[in-house]
Design a protein around this ligand. Structure first.
Ligand code: SF4
Length: 194
């Protein structure tokens, strides 16, 4: 399927990969479609599958707290989605075939939202968009570029839940710094992005 011809409303009926067999519902997005910032995660979890909203479980709540701490409203300032729109069974990592099958939906979202800045949470999202494989310890906090957009890789919030230390230099603190850099970047004039 070609991304340009897709109607996002049809995403809820998609059966292009086997995840359609085990999902409760397709999880397309939450937040503001007019936002200049798009956050892309890996795939929905159990709570997301049950509610139809991305990043609403414990990980999403941790993410919301960090966003608010740096002055970003999750509902006003971001459009939030995942690389794969249906929950992989047992929360396993999405397969390459599932990422490719779902990519046209993500491309359509990118076309419609036209974000200035993209935040990628976790290694799967980084690999899906940037094609970079590697440890998030090295990748996080390093600005990247994709199709003229500034891209910031950050730790996945589920990793932050497993590493809750509030010490300076711990993953939580580093992620707060990364999101603060994103917030600052959004305040720069449009010319700074080209
Ligand atoms: S994961 Fe994506 S491609 Fe697979 S069924 Fe869901 S919406 Fe369709």
């Amino acid at each position: 399927m070609s991304a340009a011809t897709l109607d996002l409303a049809d995403c809820s009926r998609c059966d292009s990969c086997d995840l359609a067999l085990t999902r409760q519902q397709v999880v397309v997005s939450r937040g503001n479609p007019q936002a200049r910032l798009m956050l892309i995660g890996e795939a929905p979890g159990a709570r997301e599958d049950a509610t139809g909203q991305p990043f609403v479980g414990r990980s999403g709540q941790a993410l919301n707290r960090l966003l608010l701490e740096v002055g970003l409203s999750p509902e006003r300032d971001l459009y939030i989605c995942n690389a794969v729109k249906c929950r992989p069974p047992g929360n396993r990592r999405p397969r390459k075939s599932e990422l490719s099958a779902c990519r046209p939906w993500l491309d359509r979202q990118l076309e419609l939202i036209k974000p200035r800045v993209i935040v990628l949470t976790g290694a799967t999202a980084v690999e899906a968009i940037l094609g970079i494989k590697g440890g998030m310890t090295q990748l996080r906090g390093q600005w990247q570029s994709w199709n003229g957009r500034a891209v910031m890789p950050i730790f996945h919030p589920s990793y932050l839940l497993r590493n809750p230390s509030k010490a300076a230099g711990a993953p939580l603190d580093l992620t707060r710094q990364d999101l603060a850099a994103v917030q600052q970047r959004l305040c720069e004039p449009w010319s700074a992005f080209n």
